[in-house]
Write a protein that binds this ligand. Structure first.
Ligand SMILES: CC(C)(COP(=O)(O)OP(=O)(O)OC[C@H]1O[C@@H](n2cnc3c(N)ncnc32)[C@H](O)[C@@H]1OP(=O)(O)O)[C@@H](O)C(=O)NCCC(=O)NCCS
Length: 171
């Protein structure tokens, strides 16, 4: 895990923030796996075994999330909603990998009985690639909000309710 965090560029660190990027943080992240309410899905390159991505997944909602969505007229509930935040290694970004991973994440959400996924802490308004990534994978904009430093972020949500397939059948 430290081998994934440490090389992340300053730009990736700005867009996807962790408590730290050193061995101690890597240990904390690993120690928390399968404890609390969080899942950490790791993407591993084969055959190098290098970790090239991390999909953070939480069944817990924060009071801040609940309040922001409420303002947008959406009532979040821990029984139906979960949070997702992806980070890819710099050399794996912009190659469609995030889009390949998303069905695995939605499958996990469904298996855990969730019907909606919200972005973990939103997405920065000046992160056009991530916004495009979420939009093209079905996420809808909920609303902008100001970060503590005054910069803007966007809340987005994916509805996992049954959708018609190409033949019009509900799956
Ligand atoms: C966000 C992230 C997970 C997306 O995964 P990915 O594999 O890079 O995404 P994809 O390649 O599947 O899709 C990216 C889309 O954005 C488009 N794109 C790339 N740069 C863009 C830009 N500057 N402006 C607009 N669109 C852009 C790509 O063309 C592609 O869309 P297309 O398929 O319609 O052409 C990954 O880029 C990442 O880890 N980024 C750094 C950390 C981060 O931002 N995490 C999200 C925090 S909310």
């Amino acid at each position: 895990m430290a081998g994934f965090l440490d090389p992340l560029s300053s730009e990736t660190r700005r867009l996807s923030t962790f408590d730290g990027y050193d061995l101690a943080t890597a240990r904390e992240l690993c120690d928390a796996i399968a404890r609390y309410d969080k899942l950490r899905l790791v993407l591993e390159d084969v055959p190098s075994s290098r970790i090239v991505g991390l999909a953070e997944f939480s069944l817990d909602l924060t009071p801040g999330d609940i309040a922001r969505y409420q303002e947008a007229g959406i009532r979040l509930a821990e029984t139906t909603d979960c949070r997702f935040g992806p980070t890819l290694a710099d050399d794996y970004q912009g190659r469609g990998v995030g889009t390949l991973v998303l069905p695995l994440v939605t499958e996990v959400a469904r298996l855990l009985g969730r019907t909606r996924i919200i972005l973990w802490g939103g997405v920065r308004a000046n992160n056009p690639r991530a916004i495009r990534y979420y939009e093209k994978n079905g996420f809808q904009s909920v609303g902008f909000f100001a970060e503590a430093d005054g910069s803007l972020s966007l809340d987005m949500m994916l509805d996992l309710h049954p959708v018609p397939d190409a033949a019009g059948a509900l799956t």
